[in-house]
Design a protein around this ligand. Structure first.
Ligand code: MG
Ligand code: MG
Length: 259
């Protein structure tokens, strides 16, 4: 069942996703060669709790941390650890919060120092594919219109779309209906209605689309060991527009300061 949100509830979701946006920026400020992903996790947890919210992922189905920190060939659900980031790595930071009974959930993939032109293109195209998907998140369209837009854009650069993991509705639960695949056919799938809040989160691989799960029970890797990128927005569906509840402005500001 798809739960539609009132405007009041959407404003709570906006506040939560803006907190996630700010947390991503705070994490981004600490990303550099030599820092451990566990340290980034601590930064995020402290920041979230200082803002009177609760980490949304910690304890979710037993996940042990505040962030999913997924480096290079790790697609999503990487567990923060003693791994020290290296120059040239890319790292997807996925972050959730709970506040006032609702979730926030957004993700950004960061470069660690200087990265290869190929990885840089992967990041730009994945972020671009998210924007293409978001543009379709308008009342009257269908979920397949979002997936088609993401897939069409990413594949035009020779990249591939992960099939096993998808976006989702967001509200009082972290994962609500409908599923929002990053691939699909135009005009197919559930109809988008005003008041739906969905997370659109393309996971785009440089090589093959196939993935596998690590023996840790969480981390998803690309089957061929090539890099993968992941960006995620929470979006409220409106009549003539997609109302993006997440912003990457804070992250972009931090990244510009680091240049
Ligand atoms: Mg997420
Ligand atoms: Mg999500």
């Amino acid at each position: 069942m798809i739960v539609l949100k009132t405007n009041e509830e959407i404003e709570i979701l906006r506040e939560n996703n803006l907190l996630v946006s700010q947390t991503l920026a705070e994490v981004g400020r600490h990303i550099r060669p030599g820092v451990t992903t566990r340290k980034l996790d601590q930064v995020a947890e402290t920041f979230i709790r200082d803002h009177d919210a609760i980490p949304g992922f910690k304890g979710y189905q037993g996940f042990p941390a505040t962030l999913c920190a997924s480096v290079n060939d790790q697609v999503v659900h990487g567990i923060p650890s003693g791994y020290e980031l290296k120059e040239g790595d890319i790292i997807s930071i996925d972050c959730g919060v709970v506040k006032n009974g609702f979730y926030g959930d957004s993700a950004f993939t960061f470069a660690v120092g200087e990265i290869s032109p190929e990885k840089d293109q992967l990041l730009r195209v994945t972020r671009g594919s998210l924007e293409k998907g978001v543009a379709q998140a308008v009342a009257g369209n269908r979920v397949g219109d979002i997936g088609y837009a993401v897939q069409n854009y990413a594949e035009s650069f020779g990249f591939s779309v992960v099939r096993e993991l998808v976006g989702h509705g967001l509200g009082k639960h972290l994962h609500e209906a409908p599923e929002v695949p990053n691939y699909g056919k135009r005009g197919r799938g559930p109809k988008l209605k005003e008041g739906m809040v969905i997370c659109i989160e393309p996971m785009i691989n440089m090589g093959v689309k196939e993935v596998y799960q690590d023996r840790d029970g969480w981390t998803i890797h690309t089957a061929d060991g090539q890099p993968s990128a992941h960006f995620e927005y929470a979006v409220a569906v409106r009549k003539n527009r997609a109302d993006v509840l997440t912003t990457f402005e804070y992250v972009d500001k931090v990244l510009n300061q680091k240049k």
